[in-house]
Design a protein around this ligand. Sequence first.
Ligand code: GLU
Length: 307
Amino acid sequence: MLAGGPIGRFAPSPTGRLHLGSLLAAVASYCQARSKLGKWLVRIEDLDPPREMPGAADDILRTLEGFGFQWDGEVLFQSSRHDRYAEALAALKQGGHVYPCACSRKEWSHLPAYPGTCRNGLPARRERKLDRFRLSGRLQSWPDCFRGEERFDTATMGDFPVLRADGYWAYQLAVVVDDRDQGVTEVVRGADLIDSTPGQMDMWSALSTQEGAKPIPEYGHVPILQTLSGQKLSKQTLARPIQVEEASALLDQVWRLLGQSDSEVWKEAVNRGDPQHLMSLAARLWMPERVPSNPIQLQGWGQDDRL
Ligand code: GLU
């Protein structure tokens, strides 16, 4: 363990209210950090106004409180960090890790990934639309906290945008800059983001070269929740929001979906119905080796299978 203990985080985008899949990721990241007496941060990833829902950020924070989560320090809003992202982008450019790209998505959407057309300079008579991160082409592997060894060949992946064609910062840049600046040592999130991890590790190393070395965090990806027809529960697919009134029952459900032990002491705490007490007990009882790795199907939460 690092001096000072681990630092975990939960980083929802305010594009809708929290659903059961978000709760699962929040509980896992909380338990993973707090079980080792670490800190747990909350960051609101509000960098994509067209996709955001008015009031969602407040609603998410109130819901987390109602479910008994306690975070360390102030909540960080990415919308307050534009200058910092500009500075990091300049550092990446200076190191040759970012290049201007003229391609629109439809020019390469028939391919599995962006083919690197502008990697060695803009083609003649083309203008910059966006900036892309240059992947290292290395094999990236990590011992996932819940899934064992994961490995991805970044040579087969597409360089991704850091500054989008619409002028907004890309998630990939902001998430790495913030995790570094906030001293995050473990990133626990849904397995839907696993494909982003190798590129984020690459960018982390690039920023370490440009702005000072920081150890790459540990990564853990928890199963995504799906409807019976296989649709991922997400804010975009209008998964049913979780309600504070059902906190204890839903924490119990998520606990079991995470493969955790349904011991007597846990059952008593569920019956007592105090979410704060349940969350502190969860951190004490947490067994990461029991977290499953396959997607979990369940009924009653998706738009397509409401009971
Ligand atoms: N903001 C992202 C989301 O809500 C999560 C980012 C992360 O955990 O790295 O899907």
